[in-house]
Design a protein around this ligand. Structure first.
Ligand code: SF4
Length: 532
């Protein structure tokens, strides 16, 4: 598309952390939630979060799926192709000009208060990469100079709902929920120079209203279903309505990504529930989905984003069949994100009854254990989350979770403990969890999870790097950095256990007062990696 001197009328983008493919390692995306400064920026943005390819005119080849949907919605509703473009956030001077009427931004965690970010910043202090990069985007000289209307959407848009937050940031309109039914009116108004509503709530769109993407997505992400319907009370309400896309349109989006050299990454809140009418896994539909995508011309590999442990435990034969279809083995393992959240049947019953269906809350610890066993037998590696600080959680509930994590020790996996963020059904009803509310039992659980991760991480990184990083020097450098980081983290855990009796809040206070030193990465290591 030719560039226009006065800029494009509608420019779509996302912050720099969302405009990276993290070397294809989906777990590495978590790194955007850690505070800036823990590792040198140069190393972070060249190795862990390298930029996606950007053309000379500032346009990108791939973009977040949400950005692609908005682009496609606008084109379907009659906006002209030459007026709507998707650009790199660090090259806005090439696309934003006097003719630019609106800048549409996709955001996951613009204020750095999502569960993962608030956990990491709560402990290490500082601001997370996502927040810093979002603010930088709003202050880009071309945005400041030409002042297009700023519209923000995406999974983290809820954070900008308060008027004072939007005013402070200079955001004109925030779209909370799904964009398809509302964005064309908002962008139309912006293009006509009309005042925008501060907050717009987007209702769930029907499958027919959701347009096909026109360009490839980050890591080849292809949405196969939207919504969830399991109804955990801390989750966002927009996930209530569950819809699946037909296979033929999924394959069309696979095709768009294959043409851009991406392998398909199937995305849904629970990929294993594809084609299900209720909560039970529809074996035929999900197996057919994987087979169709794997057999599509040009597809060698298929990956996926999320799955539910209850689905795994209720349909072990599906896991086996998918592994056969994809040729998964010890060397070529398969991974995805999932939620354990708690080991307490009582917490399950109170806050997430639907998560364990078709099982009962009292069966949950066994369901998790069975699911991990099934996954391990089939060479799937789960990256699981836990929630600390659920409302009315007692010491006994945390003890249940501690015992469960102990039982999960032998399984190749990551278990990430996160602070509860009071959103979704808990908004205004419960307080978010913070470091100062951490009890000794919470600390013990937190340390146990990270010991588990530090034992498995070097193996996972080594196996992943051997397959994914072609440059041997870079591969060696990454392994050195990982083992250095792991040694440092293990040292901190030992200090916490030995000198602080597992009291993380006390240790964090001393760390912030400079009484505990964390050795920075040796300069020679940084140079070794960046230089390659
Ligand atoms: S299962 Fe996951 S996506 Fe579904 S409601 Fe619960 S937390 Fe949300």
């Amino acid at each position: 598309m030719p560039s226009i001197d006065g800029g494009y009328r509608i420019v779509l983008t996302a912050d720099r952390t969302l405009m990276s493919e993290y070397g294809g390692g989906i777990f590495l995306g978590f790194s955007a939630c850690v505070p800036m400064g823990l590792i040198p920026d140069k190393l972070y943005f060249s190795l862990l979060c390298p930029p996606i390819n950007v053309k000379q005119n500032g346009l990108v080849d791939v973009a977040p799926c949400g950005t692609r949907r908005i682009e496609a919605t606008l084109l379907d509703r009659g906006f002209r192709r030459e007026d709507v473009i998707v650009a790199h956030p660090e090259h806005l001077e090439k696309v934003v000009g006097p003719s630019t009427k609106v800048l549409g931004i996709t955001e996951n965690d613009p204020l750095g208060i999502g569960p993962a970010t608030s956990t990491f910043t709560g402990i290490f202090g500082g601001k997370a990469y996502m927040e810093v990069k979002f603010r930088e985007l709003l202050k880009h000289p071309a945005v400041v100079k030409f002042q297009p209307k700023i519209v923000v959407g995406g999974p983290g848009a809820w954070q900008l709902e308060p008027e004072e937050v939007r005013k402070d940031l200079g955001v004109d309109c925030v779209v909370i929920g799904e964009g398809e039914r509302v964005v064309s009116q908002i962008f139309e108004k912006a293009c006509n120079g009309e005042e925008l509503p501060g907050v717009v709530y987007g209702e769930p769109a029907s499958v027919d209203e959701i347009p096909l993407i026109r360009g490839a997505t980050i890591n080849g992400l292809v949405e196969i279903a939207r919504g969830c319907g399991r109804g955990c009370d801390f989750c966002v309400p927009t996930l209530q309505c569950y819809r699946c896309f037909p296979i033929d349109r999924i394959l069309k989006e696979v095709d768009v990504n294959i043409k851009a050299g991406r392998r398909p990454l199937l995305h849904a809140e629970d990929v294993l529930r594809y084609g299900a009418k209720g909560i039970e896994v529809n074996e035929e539909a999900v197996v057919n989905l994987f087979r169709s995508v794997k057999n599509y011309p040009g597809v060698n590999d298929v990956s996926m984003s999320h799955f539910a442990l209850a689905s795994v435990a209720s349909a072990p034969e599906v896991i086996k069949e998918i592994s056969n279809i994809l040729g998964i083995d010890k060397k070529h393992w398969f991974s995805g994100q999932t939620g354990i959240e708690t080991g307490s049947p009582e917490m399950m019953k109170r806050h997430m009854k639907g998560k364990c269906k078709p099982f009962k809350p009292e069966q949950w610890p066994q369901v998790v254990l069975n699911a991990f066993e099934i996954l391990s037998e089939n060479n799937w590696v789960p990256c699981a989350t836990l929630v600390l600080g659920l409302p009315e959680e007692t010491e006994r509930d945390t003890e249940f979770t501690l015992s469960l994590v102990e039982e999960l020790k032998p399984f190749k996996s990551l278990i990430v403990p996160l602070f509860l963020v009071s959103t979704g059904g808990l908004k205004d009803k419960a307080e978010s969890f913070t470091l100062d509310k951490m009890t000794p039992k919470h600390s013990e659980l937190f340390l146990k999870c990270w010991k588990h991760n530090l034992e498995w991480a070097p193996i996972l990184v080594k196996e992943w790097a051997n397959l994914s990083i072609k440059n041997p020097i870079l591969r060696h450098g990454l392994n050195l950095i990982m083992s250095y980081g792991i040694k440092q983290a293990m040292k901190l855990i030992q200090i916490c256990e030995r000198d602080y009796d597992c009291n993380i809040p006390d240790m964090v206070r001393d760390y912030r007062n400079g009484e505990i030193e964390v050795q920075p990465l040796p300069v020679r290591l940084v140079h070794q990696v960046i230089g390659n």
